[in-house]
Design a protein around this ligand. Structure first.
Ligand code: GDP
Length: 459
């Protein structure tokens, strides 16, 4: 069984790493580069594909990073990278009390600098107190840059002319200045493990691989320090996780892709999952992991496993999951009191609950965490909310919005969700305006412009 965790129980849990940043700044490319380097260094079997995540073991990181990451200096089994790059979906997913990701890489294009989603990501990192490093990406696009593939940044930097170095320096100091404007003190860190509180800024190229050894070195230093400080180790207890996605899966019905951040989950466990209306109590039917590509023929893409331990990405098939929500907690009951577990799930959900008013706009979002972020932003903008839910914009949302007396509130704001066809048609008939966007502040700006239009028309 590929995923049974046989590591020493006294070692630290694998840190969960999120990659975030503005669109097109290179999140996917960076993840691909790290995954690709891991495969090259370790050949087959070096990385384990999880549901929604990739595990890169310590020895492979050490091979990529070179002499500065000595496996003997680390108690971490490796790093678990969440695959869905984006600043919204999983970075707004939460574990008990914090962010789902233990640490993050914020990707910033050196040419493009800070952009709206960079700021939004920083805001999420600040609020969730997630330690992070900045990957100052695309250094190979600095005019005149002479690429030195897969090299540590010192080597590649030294090989440039003064003028080219100067251009990169300028971009890097701008990034450091932007971070400082946001209240983070930052420094350039190239292959430094034992830095203190400052945010490390590491120049990299996801294209050529330059600087990736440094990035991993700094990541490992940050992870080790953070996991030692923060983690309670409970790899054997009943599992605790967060739903990444709710998905129909042929032959398995509704499943929940889950990131397990604590304990274990077994194929005969009873679990409690956060639902749209109330906690769902159900029994695991199957735990599914992606099958290695080579083994996929006509059979299922998944293989069943008996048990997984944190940190892992796992697909859970069970009855009654139709109402499960992305971002909701998942808890294993096992030998615990069922009511106590239900209470815990309810408490976690209540913690994320959004205050609604009698009159207001309808808000839909892709996950509980992003719903909460939307609600916060609307609160700041003094826009009341009548209904807030996870999911696509559906006809019944239009019905709710259409009853608003104030025309400005005949609106639905959908963050990172789709609009169902029927909803679109009904909105046209009922005179309800639907706004959708993948950037919170843009979504709110669009709504504010709409309100302004109505106000002007009334004058
Ligand atoms: P994401 O939206 O943040 O996931 O960005 P992508 O990884 O999809 O990258 C956006 C574009 O930038 C793609 O065309 C990439 O090939 C390109 N790109 C990403 N990283 C680099 C880099 O380090 N150097 C260069 N030259 N291009 C890059």
């Amino acid at each position: 069984m590929s995923d049974t965790d046989t590591r020493d129980p006294t070692s630290l849990r694998t840190p969960i790493v999120a990659v975030l940043g503005h669109v097109d700044h290179g999140k996917t490319s960076l993840l691909d580069k790290i995954r690709g380097s891991a495969v090259i260094e370790g050949e087959a079997g070096a990385i384990t594909q999880h549901i929604g995540a990739t595990a890169v073991p310590l020895d492979i990181i050490s091979t990529i990073a070179g002499e500065l990451v000595d496996p003997d200096d680390f108690d971490l089994p490796g790093l678990l990278f969440i695959d869905t790059p984006g600043h919204h979906s999983f970075t707004t997913l939460r574990s008990r009390g914090g962010a789902l990701a233990d640490i993050a890489i914020l990707v910033v294009d050196v040419n493009d600098g800070f952009q709206p989603q960079t700021l939004e990501a920083l805001d999420i990192l600040r609020r969730s107190e997630t330690p992070f490093i900045v990957a100052a990406n695309k250094i190979d696009t600095v005019p005149g840059w002479n690429a030195n593939e897969d090299s540590p940044i010192n080597d590649t930097y030294e090989a440039q002319s003064d003028r080219v170095r100067g251009r990169l320096d300028e971009s890097l100091y701008e990034i450091i200045g932007n971070l400082s404007d946001e209240g983070f003190s930052a420094d350039l860190y190239w292959r430094v493990q034992n830095f203190q509180r400052n945010v490390g800024v590491v120049p990299v190229s996801a294209m050529t691989g330059e600087g990736v050894p440094d990035l991993l070195t700094v990541m490992m230093g940050l992870s080790q320090r953070y996991m030692k400080e923060e983690m309670e180790i409970d790899v054997a207890g009943p599992g605790v996780g967060t739903v990444l996605e709710v998905k129909e899966e042929k032959g398995f019905g509704t499943t929940v892709d889950t990131v397990l951040y604590d304990g274990t989950i077994r194929s005969d466990d009873r679990i409690v999952v956060g639902g749209q209306n109330e906690p769902i109590v159900t029994d695991v039917r199957a735990l599914l992991q992606p099958r290695p590509l080579a083994e996929i023929r006509t059979e299922s893409r998944f293989e069943k496993v008996d048990e997984v331990s944190a940190a892992s990405g796992i697909k859970v098939a069970a009855p009654e999951l139709a109402d499960a929500m992305a971002g909701a907690p998942v808890r294993v009951v096992r030998d615990r009191d069922l009511d106590a577990v239900i209470d815990e799930v309810q408490a976690e959900l209540a913690d994320i609950a959004v205050d609604t008013a009698e009159e207001g706009v309808v808000v839909k979002a892709d996950t509980l965490g992003s719903l909460e972020a939307m609600a916060d932003a609307l609160d700041d903008a003094e826009v009341p909310i009548v209904r807030a839910e996870v999911g696509d914009v559906a006809p019944r949302d239009v019905s709710v919005a259409s009853t608003a007396e104030d025309g400005k509130q005949k609106a639905i704001l959908g963050f990172n969700v789709d609009v169902l066809d029927d909803a679109d048609q009904r909105a046209e008939i009922e005179n309800v305006t639907i706004f959708t966007d993948e950037v919170i502040y843009q979504l709110i700006e669009e709504y504010e412009e709409y309100v302004e239009g109505i106000e002007q028309a009334q004058q």
